[in-house]
Every structure is written in C-alpha cells, then in structure tokens.
Design a protein around this ligand. Structure first.
Ligand SMILES: Cc1cc2nc3c(=O)[nH]c(=O)nc-3n(C[C@H](O)[C@H](O)[C@H](O)COP(=O)(O)OP(=O)(O)OC[C@H]3O[C@@H](n4cnc5c(N)ncnc54)[C@H](O)[C@@H]3O)c2cc1C
Ligand code: FES
Length: 272
C-alpha cells in the first residue's frame, strides 16, 4: 500500500494501560489521522514531557477504532519509559500515518500467513482485520509474556499458532518451525507477511524463496526524522526488475519507501 497523506498533530491520550509485563497499550484520540491509516503504517511520536523531546519514537499502528488509534509498545528506554508514565488527558505530538504499509490481500487472492515476533503482532492486526481471507498467524517470542494479541487475532477468526523459545506457551522452538511445516503441507496460493527482529525476517525471506511464495516484510530500522530526510533508516535494496536483477543495489529509506518491503527486494548480503 502506497504512503498517502500524513498529519502532524497534538493529540490527547484516551488511555495508556499496562498489557503484560513491560508492554503497554496507548490509545490516542486523533479524528483526522485515524481514517487515513493503512495496515503496516506507523506513527512518529514525540513524548512531550521527555527532556530530549525533539527526538520522536516510531511505533506501528495497532488498531483503529472510530476516531482513535492505538499502539502496543514495550518499555525499553528513556522514551518508552516516559511514555509509560503518562495518562489519560495528557498530550503527545504525533506525525502519522507514515510509511508504505502491507498490501491487503484481494478477494479470492492468496491466503495470508502472518509471521510475528514480539510487538511485530501489533503491526499486523489491521492487515488481519482488513484481509477478506482469514489465514494463519504464526506468533513467536522468547517466553509467554512476549506473546501479544493472541486473543484479538482469534477474535478476528484467525488460526493462531504460538511458539516460545522456552516452551512456556504454545510449542517450544522458533516461530519459523510451524511455518515451514505448514508450507510443506501446502505452499500454493499462500503469501507471507512478517514483522519482528531482523534475524526472523531474514529467515522468513529465505523460507519464502525456498517455497517460492511471495513475502512482505516490515523492517523496523532505527529512525530519526521518520519522513525521509535524515537517511538514518536506510536498507540495501536490489535494483532492476523481476527475477533477473541487474546485480546492483541502492539504499532505500525504511520510513518512506518502507517499512514494508518485498522480501525479494532486500539485498541481505549487504545488510549490517
Ligand atoms: C517502523 C517501526 C515500528 C515500530 N513499532 C513498534 C511497536 O509497535 N512497538 C514497540 O514497542 N516498538 C516499536 N518500534 C521500536 C520503537 O521505536 C523503539 O523501541 C523506541 O523508539 C525506543 O525508544 P526509547 O527512547 O524507549 O529507547 P532508547 O532509550 O532510544 O533505546 C533503548 C534500547 O532500545 C533500542 N531501540 C531503539 N530503537 C529501536 C528500534 N527501532 N528497533 C529496535 N530496538 C530499538 C536501542 O538500541 C536501545 O537498546 C518500532 C520501530 C520502528 C522503526
Ligand atoms: S528516519 Fe530519516 S530518512 Fe528515514
């Protein structure tokens, strides 16, 4: 889905509640932004009480309901820590919706197989909700608390297959294991969509190639400006069209040409 209009606005927090452990759900009232949001797009948020407030933080847009949208975030540092201390009625500065998101499957088209690690599930909820075909969501994490939105995806009628590395929830192992088993069973008419750590995305790209299925990956690179100016977020992307690429590559910006890229486009051998 191509990036469309974006807005910079000061918006009000409706709620900001702990989900599990270090994960929080933040709901923002943004009547002008909410209708513009496409699956896989993100919001660039300035946490106003933070001293270094100039630096925004990017978050995938999780859900859209009426005139609100929400994000699901993990507290990992200063910005997310300050965000977790904010409450209903307080304000944030938001630029959204940003980026080139996922392609929503067409009626009668490929069956979507979603692959998510950790908060990667948040980036794919709208895709699952807006897809006319219900598919399978493969969700992985280190332990039980890293498995997010399982019930929400089930409520949409999706088949959810959980894996944890320590076996505390679902099957023990990596999320790619049940994915490979499913593709061995039937790879025809399937399309992969993935969001999560780079190692997982790289593995998904390899699996897509092996089984000859299309795949779209949301690449969560570190970002600064979020609007295509600073080049902090570039990734190497192959140049040339079709399977006969010209062997070259160029840098593209995850914040504008991405964060979602065709897995075949990414020049993995050039990534750091
Ligand atoms: C397109 C996009 C979508 C994202 N969606 C989500 C989301 O839905 N939920 C969510 O919890 N997080 C998401 N992130 C990651 C989120 O932006 C970072 O966790 C956040 O910026 C950290 O801010 P901080 O000030 O708390 O951490 P800092 O104090 O800046 O850093 C703390 C730690 O987090 C690491 N970190 C910072 N940015 C990133 C990043 N982009 N990816 C991985 N590690 C990072 C740093 O290396 C450091 O180890 C997304 C990132 C991108 C680029
Ligand atoms: S974050 Fe500045 S160009 Fe992408």
């Amino acid at each position: 889905m191509l990036a469309g209009p974006m807005l910079e606005q000061t918006v009000q927090i409706v709620s900001n509640e702990r989900d599990t452990d270090s994960y929080f759900r933040l709901v923002l009232r943004a009547p002008q932004i909410a209708p513009l949001i496409q699956p896989g797009q993100f919001a660039h948020i300035r946490v106003l009480p933070l001293q270094e407030a100039l630096l925004r933080r990017p978050f995938s847009i999780f859900q859209v309901e009426g005139d609100t949208f929400s994000i699901l975030y993990k507290t990992v540092g200063k910005g997310t820590g300050a965000l977790a201390r904010m409450g209903a009625g307080e304000e944030l500065s938001v630029i959204a919706p940003l980026g080139h998101g996922f392609t929503v499957p067409k009626h009668g088209g490929e069956t979507p197989l979603l692959v998510a690690g950790g908060y990667g599930m948040a980036a794919m909820y709208l895709l699952a909700q807006r897809s006319p075909q219900k598919g399978i969501a493969f969700v992985g994490g280190r332990k039980r608390i890293d498995i997010l939105c399982e019930k929400e995806f089930q409520a949409l009628g999706w088949n959810v297959r959980v894996t944890t590395e320590d076996g505390s929830h679902g099957a023990k192992g990596l999320v790619t294991k049940p994915l490979i088993a499913e593709l061995k069973r039937n790879a025809k008419g399937r399309k992969l969509f993935a969001c999560g750590p780079t190692g997982m995305l790289k593995a998904v790209a390899k699996i897509a190639e092996e089984f000859n299925v299309p795949a779209e990956l949301s690449m969560d690179e570190h970002m600064c400006c979020g609007v295509g100016v600073c080049l902090t977020c570039v990734i190497p992307v192959k140049t040339g069209d079709g399977p006969q690429r010209d062997g070259g590559w160029e840098y593209q910006r995850s914040c504008t040409e991405g964060p979602v890229f065709d897995a075949r486009q990414v020049a993995w051998e050039e990534t750091k």
